[in-house]
Design a protein around this ligand. Structure first.
Ligand SMILES: [Zn+2]
Length: 257
């Protein structure tokens, strides 16, 4: 991997962005198939309307969508703009992570986590679930990475405090908090430790409350209607990843510690 350290920065930026687009393309496959319990490998991509196989040259992230005018080459039905949006968002997130972490262990972990957050967000919005296929390996990865980077004790504390808190909320709210949320936050806690998992929960809940109140005000929605929590936890996780150290320091300064 020596070339990675000697390659010009602009080259790496293009490489990371292009890689992000490809990962985003795979994220689309996961978003569509994981909730349906289909394989994410076989068969290859096909049009959601007419099931025609997508030709390799029509399967270039974002660009093919633009070149085809957002329509299937075979049946001319419109293809949702969500697909290129997911690709662009994933690529932008990977690029942001590259600028934040550089070529490091943290970035290697981030390459796995950031697309997972995109997938979780999209699936939770559409299906109100966070699949076990993501959260259970996430817990294993969280414990492994956490033990390596923050130590076994902090990793376990994060796992139990995050997971335990949400489990308690699930019991108290009588089903207002899903099992997927509990597994997600346990994984995040194992990875980030007890302080940062509390920050994930705080920022997620804050964002969720703001959007929830806004929805009630705008659409006169009842407070009973279900707003999935996963997307807010995902955004809270990203905020914690990028600004967690500064935010925690700010809080400690505020307390005068
Ligand atoms: Zn078609």
């Amino acid at each position: 991997m020596e070339f990675i350290h000697t390659a010009p920065h602009s080259f790496l930026v293009v490489l990371v962005f292009g890689f992000g687009l490809l990962i985003g393309s795979f994220a689309n496959v996961c978003i569509h198939r994981l909730p349906r319990k289909e394989s994410v490998v076989f068969p290859g991509s096909h049009c959601p309307a007419c099931s025609s196989a997508v030709r390799p040259w029509d399967n270039i992230p974002v660009f093919s969508y633009i070149l085809l005018g957002g329509k299937c080459r075979d049946c001319a039905k419109s293809i949702s703009a969500i697909y290129p949006a997911i690709e662009a968002i994933t690529a932008a997130l990977l690029l942001a992570g590259f600028f934040k972490f550089g070529m490091s262990f943290d970035f290697a972990v981030y390459i796995v986590v950031a697309p997972a957050l995109v997938i979780i967000t999209a699936i939770d919005i559409e299906h109100q679930i966070i699949p076990d296929v993501i959260t259970l390996p996430g817990i294993v990865l969280g414990l492994a990475v956490g033990t390596y980077s923050i130590g076994y004790i902090d990793s376990m504390l994060g796992f139990f405090i995050g997971g335990g808190l949400f489990y308690l909320l699930a019991v108290l709210s009588n089903g207002g908090m899903g099992g997927g949320d509990i597994k997600y936050i346990a994984a995040a806690g194992a990875w980030l430790g007890w302080q940062k998992v509390l920050l994930v929960i705080f920022t997620g809940a804050l964002l969720g409350s703001i959007v929830g109140l806004f929805q009630i005000a705008m659409q006169n929605k009842s407070r009973k209607s279900l707003i999935p929590f996963g997307p807010f936890l995902a955004v809270g996780t990203l905020i914690t990843l990028f600004y967690g150290d500064s935010l925690i320091q700010l809080y400690l300064d505020f307390l005068g510690w």
